[in-house]
Ligand binder design. Structure first.
Ligand code: ZN
Length: 159
């Protein structure tokens, strides 16, 4: 797989509003987005730190895996996962990881927060760090989309 950078660091927090205050007032970042991700039963808040983002995760219900993580950490939360941006697609990266014997949490990419396609690798196989692979479909538009008017020309050029 072709990883370009750390896309984001996921941090579990018991109280999103309190956590945002720390990141804004002390570290001086600006929260540019808050989003509920139904799939993961979390509310997220995002900050940009160079090319990398901080993703805060607050559980929306006690069944959320983030709620269980916070409970295990004595109610305090903490660093939850590391997310890498893959340039050659999450589906490719998953296939490659599986071939190398890595246990997958997600067999296929799914919709994550902030418009990304994501998938998780199992921490049992990733040196105990829950690892997320991300792909920004907006950035890869040129790989998947073409204007219909371009097609005949491209075909002609190829043959
Ligand atoms: Zn994440």
């Amino acid at each position: 797989m072709n990883i370009s950078h750390i896309e984001h660091i996921g941090i579990a927090v018991p109280n999103l509003e309190e956590a945002i205050k720390y990141y804004e007032n002390v570290l001086g970042f600006k929260c540019y987005k808050q989003e509920v991700v139904e799939d993961q039963k979390v509310t997220t808040a995002f900050f940009k730190v160079g090319d990398t983002k901080i993703e805060l995760l607050e559980p929306t219900c006690p069944e959320s895996t983030i709620a269980k993580f916070i409970e295990k950490n004595g109610g305090r939360g903490g660093m939850h996962h590391l997310a890498f941006a893959v340039e050659d697609g999450v589906a490719n990266a998953l296939a490659e990881a599986e071939e190398k014997g890595i246990k997958l949490i997600d067999k296929t990419p799914r919709k994550g927060a902030d418009g990304l396609q994501i998938a998780f690798l199992h921490p049992k196989c990733t040196e105990a760090v829950l690892t997320e692979l991300c792909e920004d479909p907006a950035k890869n538009n040129n790989l998947h989309l073409y204007r219909p008017t371009d097609l005949p020309e491209k075909r002609e050029a190829r043959f």
